[in-house]
Write a protein that binds this ligand. Structure first.
Ligand SMILES: Cc1cc2nc3c(=O)[nH]c(=O)nc-3n(C[C@H](O)[C@H](O)[C@H](O)COP(=O)(O)OP(=O)(O)OC[C@H]3O[C@@H](n4cnc5c(N)ncnc54)[C@H](O)[C@@H]3O)c2cc1C
Ligand SMILES: *[C@@H]1O[C@H](CO)[C@@H](O)[C@H](O)[C@H]1NC(C)=O
Ligand SMILES: *[C@@H]1O[C@H](CO)[C@@H](O)[C@H](O)[C@H]1NC(C)=O
Ligand SMILES: *[C@@H]1O[C@H](CO)[C@@H](O)[C@H](O)[C@H]1NC(C)=O
Ligand SMILES: *[C@@H]1O[C@H](CO)[C@@H](O)[C@H](O)[C@H]1NC(C)=O
Ligand SMILES: *[C@@H]1O[C@H](CO)[C@@H](O)[C@H](O)[C@H]1NC(C)=O
Ligand SMILES: *[C@@H]1O[C@H](CO)[C@@H](O)[C@H](O)[C@H]1NC(C)=O
Ligand SMILES: *[C@@H]1O[C@H](CO)[C@@H](O)[C@H](O)[C@H]1NC(C)=O
Length: 768
C-alpha cells in the first residue's frame, strides 16, 4: 500500500553501503582541504572540514554547484525529519543561506540556533556558484548531533526550481527535484589548518596524496579470504529470495543467500524496539500496529538508500516494512491475459504450498477479536448501496467483483511474520544453507553467457569480494524491482543506454564486461504499479487512533499492555481494516479491476472545511489488474534507481476507469448519515482532484515487470523457467518477473510465483 511521496524520508543511519563515501579533496580555488563528494548526476560538490578540537561545535562547509542548481540543501543527520538542514541558493551575485528544520514532510521551517557566515572564497560566475561557509553551533540540534570521532550520513537535496523569493532567507520553496546521500568518517574531515581557513588562507599545504577533487570509494571489510563456492547464490532476502533459498536448500543444494541490509524482527537479531515494547524485545518490524511509524521515523535505516521510492533494504525486504496485506492469487493473476506464458496458468499447487507455510488471517489479534473496526463498518454501509456483498476474501480468491471483506494479512500470533518467520527459519536450520547480511552484490561475474559467481563488497567472502559457483552452479537474483535491474546493468545486461550509463560511472565501468559481451534485453521496460488515489472522510463513529502518531513513543496504555500480555488488541493489527474490489469494462474492451483499502487516519488532509481530526479515515482506491499504463525503471550515473518514465495513468482508458471507480465509490455517500468527504472537499470535482494529484504520490510501491517473464527475448527478460535470456545459469525470482499487476497487493502472487519458479529451476536440467 502507499502513503506519501518519498522526499528525504528514506535516508539512513550509518549502514554498510553507500553509493558514495566522502573523501578528502583540495578546493583549487581557496586551497582548503575538504572531505566530501561530487554527486555524479548534477556535478554538485559537497564538502566539510572540522577543527581538531573535539569540543568544537562548528565546521566549515562548501557547496559548489552549476548554475542549474537553483537551491541546494544538506541534511546533517541523513534524513529530512528531525535534523539540521542547511539550504542555500544564489541571488544575483550573492548567496543566501538558511538553517531549517522539519518535523514532517512539509516545507522545513527556519531554525534558530546555528550561525552561518559566508566566507570570502564564495563566488558566483557564469557557470557556477560556490558557497563556502562557517557553521557555528551546527554539530548538535533538536534531537540529533554529529559525533566528531565517529561516522555519519549526510543527505543532499537538489532543485532546478528556484525558491519563491530568492532575496528572503526564509523563502518558501517546492520539494527538491533530486536527492542522495553519502557516508562520512568525521575524523577524516578534521584539519589542523582550520583556523587558517577561517582567516582565509590555506595554511600548511596538504600532503601530495590528497587528490584535487572528491572521489567516491567503496567500503570493503576484513581481510581477503579464500572463497567458498556454492551450488546456488541467491541475491536478496525479500519474499522472492527467501522462498527460493528455502526450497533450494530443502532440496539439498548448497545455498548462499546474500542480503545488503541487516536484521529486522527480534527473532532475526533486530533490536529497534519501541521503549514500551523493550521488555518483550519486540522491534518496530514485529509489532503490526507500528506499521504507520515506518513513514514518520527520524531514523529510517530500513529504506534502500539508492532509489527515490520506498523499498525495504533489510532481512525480509518489503515484507518487513509493508502493510502486510496478503491475498491468495486469483486465477486471472496467472493468466495469459495478464501476460504469463500459458504454462504458468495452473498456480494452485504452488499457492497451496505457500498457504501451508504461510496462512493468511483477517483477524490478526491473537485473541481472535477484531479491533478499531469503525472505518470498516462505515464503508460496509457505503458499499452495500452499490450492490456489493461481504465475503471472507481469501476463502474466495476468484471472487473480485462487487465484494468486500476484512483485510487479510501475513501476520502470525499477533506479530509480523511473512516469509522471514517461516521460510527463512527453516532454511537457517539447514547445514547446507549460509546467510550473510550487510553484503551488497554489485554484479554477476560472467564469461559470455556463463555466470561464474557474484562480486560483493565483502572481501571476507573471497578475493575482491567475489564468490564463485560450483560447476554447473547458478545465480538467482531476488533484489527486487529496483535492486535486480541495477545488478543486471552492472553485469552488462540490459538496454544499451543503461549500460552506457554504467560505463559513465568510473567505479562501475571498471568491472563492466566489454561491449562485445553486452546482452541486450528490455530490463526495466514495461513496468507497472497501481495508480492510487486517497479519499479522506470523517464520520462521527470513527476513532482515528490519533492518526497513529503516538504508537511508537506513547501508545494508549491499555492497548500497549494488552499487546504485551497477549499479542492482542489494536496494536496486533496494521492500519488497513477493509478491502473491496469491483471489475470495470473499459472502452478498449479490456477489463480492469479497482481495489479499495480502508483505514483509520490519513497521510494528508487538504480541505477548506472545518473537520474533527479524531474522526478521519481514508479510502485508497487503486486500479490494478488490466491496466495498460506502463513506465520504465533505470539508473542514473550515480547508479540510483529511478522511474525514467512514470508508470501511472499514461493510458487514457486507465484514467477514465479510475475516475469512474472514484465516482462509484462516493455515489452513495448520502446513504450513510454523518459521512463527509473532506479531501477532496466540495470545492473540487473528482476530475480536478485527480488532475492535480502529484504523480509521485500515486505510487503504491507495487512495482512489477522490470524483468518480466515471456517467451521472447525481444519483449521479456526471463523465460518460462525464470532464466535470463541468452545466459546459461542466471535466474530472477522477485516481483520484477511478474508481467503485469495482480488484482490485489502483490506479495501473495509473488510468493506463489516464487514457489513455481524454484520448482522449475530445480527441475531444469544442467544444474548443480
Ligand atoms: C511501503 C510498502 C508497502 C507495501 N505494502 C504491501 C502490502 O500491504 N501488501 C503487499 O502485498 N505488498 C506490499 N508492498 C509490496 C511488496 O512488499 C513487494 O512487492 C515485495 O516485497 C517485493 O518483493 P521482492 O522479493 O521482489 O523484493 P524486495 O521485497 O524489495 O526485496 C529485495 C531484497 O533484496 C535486497 N537487495 C537488493 N539489492 C541487493 C544487492 N545488490 N545485494 C544484496 N541484496 C540486495 C534488498 O535489501 C531486499 O531485502 C509494499 C511495499 C512497500 C515498499
Ligand atoms: C545552539 O542551537 C540550539 C538549537 O539547535 C539552540 O537551542 C541554542 O540556544 C544554540 N546555542 C547558542 C549558544 O546559540
Ligand atoms: C566558475 O566557478 C567555478 C567554481 O568555483 C570554477 O570551477 C570555474 O572555473 C569558474 N569559471 C570561470 C569562468 O571563472
Ligand atoms: C526568519 O525566520 C526566523 C524564525 O522565524 C526569524 O527569527 C528571522 O528573523 C527570519 N529572518 C528574516 C530575514 O526574516
Ligand atoms: C530480551 O533480550 C535480552 C538480551 O538478549 C534477554 O536477556 C532477555 O531475556 C530477552 N527478554 C525476553 C522477554 O525475551
Ligand atoms: C570463457 O569461455 C570460453 C568458451 O566459451 C572458454 O574458452 C574460456 O576458457 C572461458 N574463460 C574462463 C575464464 O572461464
Ligand atoms: C489543496 O487543494 C487546493 C484546492 O482546494 C489546491 O489548489 C492545492 O494545490 C492543494 N494542495 C495540495 C498540497 O495538494
Ligand atoms: C472530535 O471527535 C471526538 C471523537 O469522536 C470527540 O470526542 C470530540 O469531542 C470531537 N471534538 C469536537 C471539537 O467536536
Amino acid at each position: 500500500m502507499k502513503f506519501k511521496s518519498l522526499l528525504l524520508s528514506l535516508l539512513p543511519l550509518v549502514g554498510s553501503v553507500y553509493s558514495q563515501v566522502a573523501a578528502p579533496y583540495v578546493d583549487s580555488g581557496n586551497g582548503f582541504v575538504f572531505d566530501g563528494v561530487t554527486d555524479p548526476v548534477h556535478s554538485v560538490t559537497y564538502g566539510i572540514v572540522l577543527p581538531q578540537a573535539s569540543t568544537s561545535t562548528e565546521f566549515i562547509g562548501e557547496f559548489v554547484a552549476p548554475n542549474e542548481a537553483q537551491w541546494i540543501g544538506l541534511a546533517l543527520g541523513g534524513a529530512m525529519i528531525g535534523n539540521l538542514l542547511l539550504v542555500a541558493w544564489p541571488n544575483g551575485n550573492k548567496i543566501v543561506s538558511s538553517p531549517r528544520y522539519a518535523t514532517g514532510y512539509t516545507l522545513p521551517a527556519a531554525y534558530a540556533g546555528p550561525t552561518i557566515t559566508q566566507l570570502p572564497s564564495s563566488s558566483v560566475n557564469s557557470t557556477h556558484w560556490k558557497f563556502v561557509f562557517r557553521c557555528q553551533n551546527c554539530t548538535a540540534w533538536n534531537g540529533g548531533s554529529i559525533d566528531p570521532s565517529g561516522t555519519g550520513v549526510f543527505a543532499w537535496a537538489f532543485s532546478n526550481v528556484a525558491v519563491d523569493d530568492p532575496s528572503d532567507p526564509n523563502s518558501s520553496f517546492a520539494e527538491h527535484t533530486d536527492f542522495g546521500f553519502f557516508g562520512i568518517n568525521f575524523p577524516d574531515a578534521q584539519s589542523s589548518n582550520y583556523q587558517n581557513y577561517l582567516a582565509g588562507n590555506a595554511g600548511t599545504p596538504p600532503p601530495t596524496s590528497v587528490p584535487s577533487g572528491p572521489s567516491s570509494t567503496t567500503t570493503t571489510t576484513g581481510p581477503t579470504a579464500t572463497a567458498t563456492p556454492f551450488d546456488y547464490i541467491v541475491v536478496g532476502a525479500g519474499p522472492g529470495g527467501l522462498v527460493t533459498a528455502d526450497r533450494l536448500s530443502e532440496a539439498g543444494k548448497k545455498v548462499l543467500l546474500l542480503e545488503r541490509g541487516g536484521p529486522s524482527t527480534a527473532e532475526t537479531g533486530g533490536t529497534y524496539d519501541a521503549t514500551w515494547a523493550k521488555s518483550a524485545n519486540l522491534t518496530k518490524f514485529d509489532v503490526p500496529g507500528l506499521f504507520e511509524t515506518l513513514f514518520t521515523d527520524t531514523n529510517p535505516f530500513w529504506w534502500c538508500k539508492d532509489t527515490n521510492f520506498f523499498a525495504g533494504c533489510l532481512l525480509g525486504g518489503g515484507t518487513s516494512v509493508n502493510g502486510a496485506l496478503y491475498w491468495y492469487p486469483n486465477s486471472r493473476d496467472f493468466s495469459t491475459a495478464s501476460g504469463w506464458p500459458s504454462s504458468w496458468s495452473n498456480h494452485q499447487p504452488f499457492t497451496d504450498k505457500l498457504k501451508q507455510r504461510l496462512p493468511s488471517t483477517d483477524h490478526p489479534s491473537a485473541d481472535g477479536q477484531r479491533y478499531l473496526e469503525q472505518s470498516a463498518t462505515v464503508v460496509q454501509q457505503l458499499l452495500s448501496g452499490q450492490g456489493y456483498s461481504q465475503i471472507t476474501i481469501n476463502d474466495n480468491p476468484d471472487s473480485k467483483d462487487h465484494v468486500f471483506g476484512f483485510s487479510a494479512f501475513d501476520f502470525l500470533n499477533g506479530q509480523r511474520a511473512g516469509p522471514v518467520a517461516t521460510y527463512f527459519e527453516t532454511a537457517l536450520a539447514r547445514k547446507n544453507f549460509v546467510y550473510k547480511d550487510n553484503v551488497l552484490v554489485t554484479q554477476v561475474i560472467r564469461n559470455g553467457s556463463t555466470i561464474l559467481g557474484v562480486r560483493t563488497n565483502d572481501n571476507t567472502l573471497g578475493p575482491d569480494g567475489i564468490v564463485p559457483l560450483n560447476p554447473n552452479g547458478r545465480v538467482i537474483l531476488s533484489g527486487g524491482s529496483f535492486g535486480t535491474p541495477r545488478i543486471l546493468f552492472q553485469s552488462g545486461i540490459g538496454p544499451t543506454d543503461m549500460l552506457q550509463t554504467v560505463q559513465s560511472n568510473a567505479q562501475a565501468a571498471a568491472n563492466l564486461p566489454p561491449q562485445s559481451e553486452w546482452i541486450d534485453l528490455p530490463v526495466g521496460q514495461s513496468v507497472s504499479d497501481n495508480p492510487s488515489i486517497n479519499l479522506v472522510f470523517t464520520h462521527p463513529s470513527i476513532d482515528a487512533y490519533d492518526n497513529w502518531a503516538d504508537v511508537w513513543s506513547n501508545p494508549r496504555p491499555a492497548d500497549a499492555q494488552q499487546y504485551l500480555q497477549s499479542r492482542s488488541g489494536v496494536l496486533a493489527g496494521a492500519s488497513p481494516k477493509l478491502n473491496f474490489w469491483r471489475a470495470y469494462g473499459g472502452s478498449d474492451g479490456i477489463t480492469r479491476y479497482a481495489q479499495g483499502t480502508v483505514r483509520p487516519g490519513a497521510a494528508s488532509v487538504n480541505t477548506s472545511v472545518a473537520y474533527n481530526a479524531s474522526e478521519i479515515f481514508t479510502i485508497t482506491l487503486y486500479l490494478s489488474n488490466g491496466i495498460q499504463s506502463r513506465g520504465r525503471i533505470g539508473v542514473d550515473a550515480a547508479l540510483n534507481a529511478k522511474a525514467l518514465v512514470n508508470p501511472w495513468l499514461t493510458n487514457s482508458v486507465d484514467k477514465t476507469v479510475l475516475l469512474q471507480a472514484l465516482h462509484d465509490v462516493t455515489s452513495t455517500m448520502k446513504n450513510v448519515p454523518g459521512l463527509t468527504m473532506i479531501t477532496p472537499d466540495n470545492t473540487m470535482t473528482l476530475e480536478q482532484y485527480v488532475a492535480a494529484y502529484d504523480p509521485a504520490t500515486m505510487c503504491s510501491n507495487h512495482w512489477v515487470g522490470a524483468a518480466k517473464m515471456g517467451t521472447s527475448s525481444s519483449t521479456a527478460v526471463v523465460d518460462e523457467n525464470a532464466k535470463v535470456f541468452n545466459t546459461d545459469n542466471l535466474f530472477i525470482v522477485d516481483a520484477s518477473i511478474i508481467p503485469s499487476l495482480p488484482i490485489g497487493n502483490p506479495q501473495g502472487v509473488l510468493m506463489s510465483a516464487a514457489e513455481q519458479a524454484v520448482s522449475r529451476i530445480l527441475a531444469l536440467a544442467g544444474g548443480p
